[in-house]
Design a protein around this ligand. Structure first.
Ligand SMILES: Cc1ncc(COP(=O)(O)O)c(C=O)c1O
Length: 419
């Protein structure tokens, strides 16, 4: 058993996920194949929920669907009380299918079209988080033309908080496209906010980035939100919802810095609950990555092994279109054998790469896998549950990878390879 990932186990070079053999899944459903242990997802969700509800009442974890939008995952989370943070019309449909009540849906996005805003209003989502003041005006006129009774709106506020994370994952700096500057939110609420007929400004939202592991940054975010809520109150606005975004980091390498979920909960829910807003407003957490990252492996078959100069390549059948994080962010993901024809130990190292004609289509460099690889062997790319299948594409006219779900020794296909 892998002590960091209790749902993974191995006998020799054969990997099991959720008690189901990787090779049997790969044979049955083909590769590349995402395999998710749904029990692991709900365990992580319950861990986060326990940490947050120990510090504040009325917590809503509004799972970030963009991180993993597979139906067994979102259904299992909805059954445990998760809301849904969505950013598209299809996201609303999926949340509905999962069983999330519209009031527990949060609609986010920095550049929503009028059609998207109209769909969110018509669906009766609990909160639309606006990222410009024009969006608030548009939502108001759309409510009028749709004959809607009204909508609750939060502002995603750009407090100018810089999180130490990959540049492509930081969103809270003043130079980023996200949110509305604090001053502008204040000015808008003071001058125009009360004139809106159908939009009720009722929320403050902040998401400073992903893969954040500094409790101090989350604490500062909470303090900024509390401070702004006080100022908005002085103009007669009642902040009903504090949305802390997501962003809690996941350690992809065992040596990575990790922020314990209890410390995260303290910096957000704890500080919030002790403020005068505790018990008066609902704290919302849009966690994605931390909940689902380690639930899933991407199984991929070795097509070819070849040596080129000093590099030994293992060329596999998954490509950057199936799993883009390494190519997009230089993200590190552990790669392990999932089944090999020979169990002979070897110190050989491999660069593991896909079939796409792009130099960045590489999943790992100089990886020692403990065995020598041959055509037909099966590898597992670990911790592929967040921004894995949900970020995949059909680039190179390749079908999307198949997806399977497992739990307690049983598994089934969720979606076959498809365009
Ligand atoms: C507004 C918003 N909320 C929540 C999330 C989820 O973040 P994470 O998966 O890092 O928890 C994101 C991710 O991009 C986001 O943009």
């Amino acid at each position: 058993m892998d002590h960091r990932r209790p749902h993974l186990s191995r006998e020799g070079t054969s990997l099991k996920i959720g008690g189901v053999g990787a090779e049997s899944l790969a044979k049955k459903y083909g590769t590349p194949l995402y395999v998710t242990d749904v029990g692991r997802v709900t365990d992580r969700f319950e861990e986060a929920k326990a940490a947050l509800t120990a510090r504040s009442r009325d917590v809503l974890i509004s799972f970030a669907y963009k991180s993993n939008s597979t139906i067994p995952v979102v259904k299992a989370l909805a059954r445990r009380g998760a809301g849904a943070t969505i950013v598209s019309v299809a996201g609303i449909e999926l949340a509905r299918k999962a069983g999330v009540a519209p009031g527990d849906m949060v609609f986010d996005g920095p550049s929503k079209s009028k059609e998207e805003l109209a769909a969110a209003i018509a669906a009766g989502v609990g909160m639309i988080n606006a990222e410009s003041v024009q969006e608030a005006r548009d939502a108001d006129s759309l409510c009028r033309s749709l004959g809607s009774a009204g909508v609750r709106l939060g502002f995603r506020v750009n407090f100018g908080i810089r999180a130490e994370t990959h540049a492509g994952l930081a969103t809270g700096g003043r130079e980023h496209k996200f949110g509305v500057a604090r001053d502008e939110v204040v000015r808008f609420c003071e001058k125009e906010g009360k004139k809106l007929k159908f939009v009720r400004v009722a929320g403050i939202h902040s998401h400073i980035g992903s893969q954040v592991t500094d409790a101090g940054v989350f604490r500062r975010q909470t303090e900024e939100m509390i401070d702004l809520a006080g100022e908005l109150e002085s103009f007669g606005f009642k902040v009903e919802e504090f949305n802390f975004g997501g962003g809690l980091g996941f350690p992809y390498r065992s040596a990575d810095r990790e922020l314990p979920v209890a410390d995260y909960a303290e910096a957000t829910a704890g500080v919030f609950a002790r403020s005068r807003w505790g018990g008066r407003a609902r704290p919302v957490f849009e966690l994605g990555r931390w909940v689902v990252a380690d639930s899933t492996v991407l199984l991929t078959r070795v097509n070819y092994v070849k040596k080129s100069g000093r590099v030994r390549w293992a060329l596999v059948d998954a490509g950057m279109n199936d799993f883009i994080r390494p190519a997009l962010y230089g993200a590190y993901h552990e790669i392990v054998p999932a089944w090999t024809s020979s169990a002979k130990r070897s110190a050989a190292s491999y660069d593991v790469a896909g079939p796409v004609c792009e130099t960045t289509d590489v999943f790992g460099k100089a990886r020692r896998l403990g065995v020598s690889l041959a055509q037909g062997d099966l590898l597992a790319i670990l911790d592929a549950g967040a921004y894995g299948s949900s970020m995949s594409s059909t680039y190179n006219m390749r079908p999307l990878a198949a997806v399977a779900a497992v739990q307690d020794g049983r598994g089934g296909l969720v979606s076959r390879r498809r365009f």
